[in-house]
Design a protein around this ligand. Structure first.
Ligand SMILES: Nc1nc2c(ncn2[C@@H]2O[C@H](COP(=O)(O)OP(=O)(O)OP(=O)(O)O)[C@@H](O)[C@H]2O)c(=O)[nH]1
Ligand SMILES: [Zn+2]
Length: 188
């Protein structure tokens, strides 16, 4: 179930097309407001999702060592310009008390958080904090590496510039050796 008001987006897109001096009634643009509304519903669908809900189910597996899912591709929309930023997230945690989650749930949490108007820093810390809260692990580390279209196609125009953010919690924050293991497995 989506809370997106497609008709309102369609009206807004028609207004933007007019405002840039286009004719929203020319053939090629006739269905554009509808397409944009459908696209926004999809790319902002994470607004209805709580990343923590993916960590409700845990397996009682006695593994208190590192779990890392790396190279999770994501796309998001920068909240300042509403243009995409995209890249990969690496999510690592060290389970405690048998609270091991399904691997896909780590990627689902990244998806849910990315599909909103976002900042890269907030994606990074929200994923880390959701895992900390629900799985109560020894530690968590999330690294996000992304290219921002607002720095590529406009403004400062620096294609290829990558932004890297990290959020580190628990023993991965306090134990440099454990943190180095994660970084070496991600190959930083
Ligand atoms: N911290 C952070 N900044 C971001 C992110 N995405 C975009 N930005 C930045 O948000 C800033 C917005 O700056 P403003 O000065 O308000 O807007 P602007 O005039 O369009 O800025 P320029 O991009 O420098 O032309 C820019 O520096 C963007 O690079 C993000 O995920 N995190
Ligand atoms: Zn931006």
């Amino acid at each position: 179930m989506s809370n997106v008001n497609r008709a309102q987006i369609e009206d807004a897109v028609r207004l933007i097309l007019e405002a840039i001096g286009e004719d929203p009634n020319r053939e090629g643009l006739l269905d554009t407001p509808k397409r944009v509304a459908k696209m926004y519903e999809e790319v902002f669908s994470g607004l209805n999702q709580d990343p923590k809900e993916y960590f409700e189910t845990v397996f009682g597996e006695d593994h208190e060592e590192l779990v890392l899912v790396k190279d999770i591709q994501f796309h998001s929309m920068c909240e300042h310009h509403l243009v995409p930023f995209y890249g990969v997230a690496h999510v690592a945690y060290i389970p405690r008390n048998g609270r091991v989650t399904g691997l896909s749930k780590l990627a689902r949490a990244v998806e849910a958080v990315a599909k909103r108007p976002q900042l890269q820093e907030r994606i990074t810390s929200t994923v880390a904090d959701s895992i900390m809260e629900k799985l109560e692990p020894h530690g968590v580390m999330v690294i996000v590496e992304a290219e921002h279209m607002c720095m590529t196609m406009r403004g400062v125009k620096k294609p290829g510039a990558k932004t890297v953010t990290s959020a580190v919690r628990g023993n991965l924050a306090s134990d440099a050796k454990a943190r180095a293991e994660v970084l070496s497995l991600i190959k930083y």
